[in-house]
Design a protein around this ligand. Structure first.
Ligand SMILES: Nc1ncnc2c1ncn2[C@@H]1O[C@H](COP(=O)(O)OP(=O)(O)OP(=O)(O)O)[C@@H](O)[C@H]1O
Ligand SMILES: [Mg+2]
Length: 355
């Protein structure tokens, strides 16, 4: 099963609308995404599993919610429904899934994953839908963990910062040679309010900074893990199966000159993205490195090892700015997304075990 890849084009943001040379350089027709060079006017076409057009074709209500005025428009509720159905079916069938957002800064990664203001993103929507699908919580348990990778170190976002070990938590390998974060806290969830409180707490603890475009930019890769423990009684035994959804909101490559005081962090962040790009390139073309995939190059690639070429069902949303100002970066992201699409995973469901 190949990694499922989608792109999403957001509306212009204020910074872009204020620029004189801002035009829309991207279009979507069905599942094709077409990007046009603003200088040469040459176009290139890319095909993905889904192409979501959130650029126009809507009116924004006073409360910030978008109402569709064109059938081309894909709003957050369409995207949330599409992914939550897939992710929850996997979870209930015992498959692990991973969904990650990728794209340049301010392209809409956090907006798509978490949502902003009244617009819900995939994570809160999926978490709440899980609760409504589980009619008997007493036989199931939902647990949430949330952490960030910041300068190659892992910080648990759901415990007080005062209890963070100096260099963060360690990544270890289990008996199946899978990477995991040691001593990560897990928090039970029984109601939508529990989810909201945990997501709020984790989001408050994560690192961000005031970026150039007057936006709050993510500075760390943020992971939220949703674990479902399903229990069944068999004769006089209780059997249990755990399955997971990993939601990853990645930070974007930054230009060092844009924030000189934070240079060390920017270098670390950029090298983690470079490691991800190398792993993806080698997985898509295994002959190029004799089949050796260097997951150990960064914390990000170790954490994503199972999602990239491993045994889970993986989805990527590549978020795109529509602006001709970022044509070169957007085209690079489209090329990266087409390489990700070539990666094959071998999903294996988890099994019920006696507890
Ligand atoms: N589909 C969308 N519809 C409306 N507004 C959007 C959409 N996507 C993004 N935006 C707006 O664009 C801005 C940037 O989005 P967001 O913070 O999600 O970017 P990001 O990719 O997470 O950036 P960074 O890498 O810097 O963290 C926000 O103001 C957000 O509200
Ligand atoms: Mg972000």
């Amino acid at each position: 099963m190949n990694i499922n890849v989608a792109v999403r084009v957001r509306p212009f943001i204020r910074f872009e609308l204020q620029s004189a040379d801002n035009q829309c350089c991207i279009d979507i027709e069905g599942n094709s995404t077409i990007i046009t060079d603003p200088k040469s006017l040459e176009s290139e076409q890319f095909l993905f599993n889904n192409s979501f057009w959130s650029h126009d074709g809507f009116v924004e209500r006073e409360d910030g919610l978008c109402l569709r005025t064109s059938s081309k428009f894909a709003g957050s509720e369409d995207i949330n429904e599409e992914y939550s159905t897939k992710l929850l079916n996997n979870l209930l069938e015992g498959y692990n899934s991973c969904i990650f957002s990728y794209g340049q800064t301010a392209s809409g990664k956090t907006f798509s994953m978490y949502g902003i203001g009244n617009t819900q993103g995939i994570i809160p929507y999926t978490c709440e839908k899980l609760l409504s699908r589980l009619n008997n919580l007493s036989e199931n348990e939902i647990l949430i963990s949330m952490y960030e990778i910041y300068t190659e170190e892992i910080y648990d976002l759901l415990v007080p910062k005062t209890s963070w070990p100096k260099h963060g938590l360690k990544i270890r390998t289990n008996s199946d040679h899978e990477f995991f974060v040691e001593n990560l806290s897990k928090h039970p969830v029984r109601s939508p309010e529990d989810f909201q409180e945990l997501i709020r707490r984790g989001s408050t603890n994560k690192r961000s900074f005031q970026a150039l475009m007057n936006q709050i930019a993510g500075y760390s890769h943020v992971f939220l893990i949703l674990e479902l423990k399903q229990r069944v009684n068999q004769e006089d035994k209780v059997l249990e199966m755990s399955s997971f959804i990993t939601f990853a909101d990645l930070a974007a490559k930054q230009r060092v000159f844009a924030c000189a005081t934070l240079e060390k962090y920017v270098i670390s962040l950029n090298s983690s993205i470079a490691a991800l790009q190398t792993v993806v390139k080698n997985l898509a073309n295994p002959a190029s490195r004799g089949g050796v995939i260097r997951y150990r190059e960064s914390a990000l690639t170790r954490i994503l090892a199972n999602a990239l070429g491993g045994n889970c069902k993986t989805y990527m949303i590549c978020t795109l700015s529509p602006s001709s100002k970022y044509y070169e970066d957007t085209k690079k992201d489209l090329k990266f997304a087409s390489v990700v699409k070539k990666i094959r995973n071998q999903p294996v469901p988890n099994q019920y075990k006696e507890i």
